[in-house]
Design a protein around this ligand. Structure first.
Ligand code: SAM
Ligand code: SF4
Length: 349
């Protein structure tokens, strides 16, 4: 199969993001669904999420794990607990585990490498890391240990906005980190939140163009959900036409446009979307371009402590319940459960 690439202009993307005519919007969702079917098929791949620690040295203005949130009890999973979760992933038939945490040295680089080696020795699972910004030597160590993918959302392409909401991040480093990760041989993933205060339609269009320009392997898009213990929650959103709303519909539009612009990428139906619409948020994304779901494997005793935003979907469900529920939802919309690691498919351009 030869890749059919569609290119929407910045103005077109902005126009679609602002569109509110239901029948026109159906066209874009159907188009994204068709591009998804042609390029990545009907399989929905399952990535088991293990939230290995909520300790974080950063102070992102939007996130409940920020270091200044002194009300949050911090935890670090033991190696045995992590390996128990990866064994569950194998039993549930998942193809990948995602080790995610706050950005912190509570796990040394060598300790993470040793955990990756143990997962690889015991299972056929692909290993994705989402541990924040680390240096090149650490990324290399983890790649050599067998890790396959790295997720590092750039959050927003608006440099001024990023400086405000992520004061501890250097924007260029985050994009540079994605390039470094690709060069080292990782499948690299990025993403954004929809509706952060100060975000304009033009910025979301630039984000989508940047996904395509970076030729990313994975792209996560979820709505921004205010957390009451963060500074951003009390900041009034800009009033006016240019503030992007943090709604399900706006997130679905961004997912669909991203699929059209990045036909081969793996795109999750995010937990944040399932949080703002617990009934059918995931299904909506899967029917408008997405092809990945990340069921939670974190032990229930830690789930509520990984509170990046409140009322997270699946917060009290044991991992076997999550597995059953998500598989049933996927089958109910006529899709199939992916087998194996489900890495990015690359067709000749
Ligand atoms: N610490 C790592 C990092 O920042 O890359 C990984 C974990 S972090 C919790 C994962 C993602 O959660 C972030 O990239 C961000 O997009 C998302 N997130 C954090 N706070 C959020 C909020 N209030 N609403 C929606 N998504 C949020
Ligand atoms: Fe830490 Fe990531 Fe939350 Fe920022 S988004 S405070 S780096 S966990």
């Amino acid at each position: 199969m030869v890749l059919k690439r569609f290119s929407l202009s910045r103005e077109h993307i902005i126009g679609w993001l602002k569109e509110d005519n239901d029948s026109l919007l159906k066209e874009i969702f159907d188009w994204a669904d068709e591009v998804r079917r042609e390029n990545v098929g009907n399989d929905v791949h399952l990535r088991g999420l293990i939230e290995i620690s909520n300790v974080c040295r950063c102070d992102c203005l939007y996130c409940g794990l920020r270091k200044s949130n002194s009300d949050l009890k911090r935890y670090v999973m033991t190696e045995d607990e992590i390996l128990d979760c990866t064994d569950k992933a194998r039993q549930f038939g998942y193809g990948t585990v995602v080790l995610q945490s706050g950005e912190s040295p509570v796990f040394t680089a060598e300790h993470i490498a040793s955990i990756i080696r143990k997962i690889k020795a015991a299972t056929q699972l692909a290993v994705t890391l989402s541990l924040g910004e680390r240096d090149e030597q650490e990324y290399k160590l983890w790649k050599d240990a067998g890790a396959d993918r790295y997720l590092l959302r750039h959050e927003t392409s608006d440099l001024n906005l990023l400086k405000i909401i992520r004061p501890t991040s250097v924007y260029e480093n985050r994009l540079e980190a994605l390039r470094v990760l690709k060069r080292i041989g990782f499948e690299a993933g990025s993403g954004i939140m929809i509706g952060i205060p100060g975000q304009s339609y033009a910025t979301v269009a630039d984000d989508i163009l940047q996904f395509a320009g970076l030729d990313l392997d994975m792209i996560g898009i979820g709505p921004y959900i205010p957390h009451p213990k963060t500074p951003l929650a009390s900041m009034q959103s800009q009033i006016g036409n240019e503030q992007v709303p943090a709604t399900e519909l706006m997130t679905l539009k961004a997912v669909a446009l991203t699929r059209i612009m990045c036909p081969q990428a793996n795109i999750p139906a995010t937990t944040a979307l399932a949080t703002i619409n617990k009934e059918s948020g995931r299904e909506g994304a899967l029917q408008g371009g997405a092809n990945i779901v990340m069921p939670n494997l974190t032990p229930v005793k830690y789930r509520s402590l990984y509170e990046i935003y409140p009322a997270k979907a699946c917060i009290d469900e044991a991992s076997d319940q999550c597995a059953m529920c998500i598989k049933a939802r996927i089958l109910s919309i006529g899709r199939t459960i992916g087998k194996g690691p489900g890495g990015r498919t690359k067709c000749p351009s």
